[in-house]
Design a protein around this ligand. Structure first.
Ligand code: 2PG
Ligand code: MG
Length: 428
């Protein structure tokens, strides 16, 4: 028995930021070392993601997690007892083997990811080091450039606007702490601007403003105005970043932009994005085309891949093989890394490493359904991702992550290296 031998594994039902049930896993090593983690949940999911196991039926809208909790307590727990929590690869391989399905639908991606992350926390606790340090190995920690939502739309705001995330990246900031301070000013200015025009309808799922605007483009303009109103230079200090989440817009092979009254084919979407790139200081675009529109993603990357970061989310679903395939074909130049899309930390890390090997940008990301769990803050630093996407600058399930990175940056002191603009795969 080593200090990192797993004594017990158990799960419980807890609740996420949308008030929906989710899985918390707890791993005990010896008497008093505990690692704990909670599964997040997406709303705009890619079809290739690991599947959450939900109970179905009428209660809780079918979203109950009794089966996923039972999968941990009855199947995973006995199989993991006695294994070494510090051997993440072996442990994750065991989880994959126990599940036995390609999409983790037997035990549930929610059950599996909670256990995989809890094991990492337990191993770090046993070593007496923070999780980021446990994950880092010999490398130098890297504080990520944040990507922070100002306006929320799409599946996170009843399609009030079609664009899902309109975000800022504080590319000119010298530290994470400064990046957050600048964002706070912009977030405030954006809210005040909307309220003054009678266009503020509250906040969307990730804490970004829910805007009552007449067109999608209006939120791009509003964001630029907010950056200026806060006293910053758009593009130089803070750049725009968009998650189009285009899979959600595609029906019958065409893209439906309801707010603009437009139905576009792939070329039309590409032309629209290129036009926005010409007229707005956009540093990053995620899912500009749908997950099944690979030809469109290749064409857009050919046109714009030298001037803007192009992130694959639904198309890549945190899968190393998909990243390699996309890199070989010239689709995208960055990968979003969501641990629960893959199901285990090892698989998520493999996707990130595949992105790095291709010279891509790598962004560790939260889901729209989140909790107080701050694992991703540590993954971003310890895996040297360079970028972190968490949602907006409001609601504590978001702020918990931003604040955790602040603590890490402070603890590192002079050794803290902020990735800043250099984290983008495109220098301009
Ligand atoms: C995304 C995420 C976060 P969801 O699309 O990148 O914004 O949303 O978790 O709903 O997939
Ligand atoms: Mg996305």
């Amino acid at each position: 028995m080593s200090a990192t031998t797993i004594a017990s594994v158990r799960a419980r039902r807890v609740w996420d930021s949308r008030g929906r049930p989710t899985v918390e896993a707890e791993i005990r090593l010896g008497e008093d070392t505990v690692g704990r983690a909670i599964a997040p949940a997406g709303a705009s999911t890619g079809s290739g993601e690991a599947l959450d196991l939900r109970d179905g039926g009428r209660a809780l809208g079918g979203l109950g997690v009794a089966r996923a909790v039972a999968a941990v307590n009855e199947v995973i727990a006995p199989a993991l007892a006695g294994l070494d929590a510090a051997e993440q690869h072996a442990l994750d391989a065991k989880l994959v083997e126990l599940d036995g399905t390609p999409d983790k639908s037997r035990l549930g991606g929610n059950a599996i990811v909670a256990v995989s992350m809890a094991a990492a926390h337990a191993a770090a606790a046993a070593r007496g080091v923070p999780l980021w340090k446990h994950l880092l190995g010999d490398g130098e920690p890297l504080i990520p450039l944040p990507e922070i939502q100002i306006f929320g739309g799409g599946a996170h705001a009843a399609t009030r606007i079609d664009l899902q995330d309109v975000m800022v990246m504080p590319v000119g900031a010298a530290s994470f702490s400064q990046a957050l301070e600048w964002t706070a000013e912009v977030y405030r200015a954006a809210g005040a601007g909307l309220a003054a025009n009678g266009k503020l309808q509250g906040v969307a799922d990730e804490g970004g403003y829910w805007p009552a605007v007449d067109s999608n483009e209006e939120v791009l303009a509003e964001t630029v105005v907010a950056i200026e109103a806060a006293g910053f230079k758009p593009g130089r200090d803070l750049a725009l970043s968009l998650d189009i989440a285009a899979t959600q817009l595609r029906r019958d092979g065409r893209y439906h932009l309801q707010r603009d009254g437009k139905v576009l084919d792939s070329d039309g979407m590409i032309r629209l994005m290129l036009d926005w790139l010409d007229r707005y200081p956009i540093a990053s675009i995620e899912d500009p085309l749908a997950e099944d529109d690979e030809a469109g993603l290749i064409a857009f990357t050919r046109e714009a891949g030298k001037r803007v970061q192009i992130i694959g989310d639904d198309y890549l679903v945190t899968n190393a093989d998909r990243v390699k395939h996309a890199a070989a074909r010239g689709a995208c130049n960055a990968v979003l890394v969501k641990p629960n899309q893959a199901g285990t930390l090892s698989e998520a890390k493999a996707a990130l490493e595949a992105g790095k090997a291709a010279g891509w940008g790598t962004i560790v990301s939260a889901r729209s359904g989140e909790t107080e769990d701050v694992t991703i803050a540590h993954l971003a630093v310890g895996w040297r991702a360079g970028q972190l996407k968490v949602g907006s600058f409001a609601r504590s399930e978001r702020m918990a992550k931003w604040n955790e990175v602040l603590r890490i940056e402070e603890a590192l002191g002079r050794a803290a290296r902020f990735a800043g603009r250099g984290a983008l795969p495109v220098k301009r």
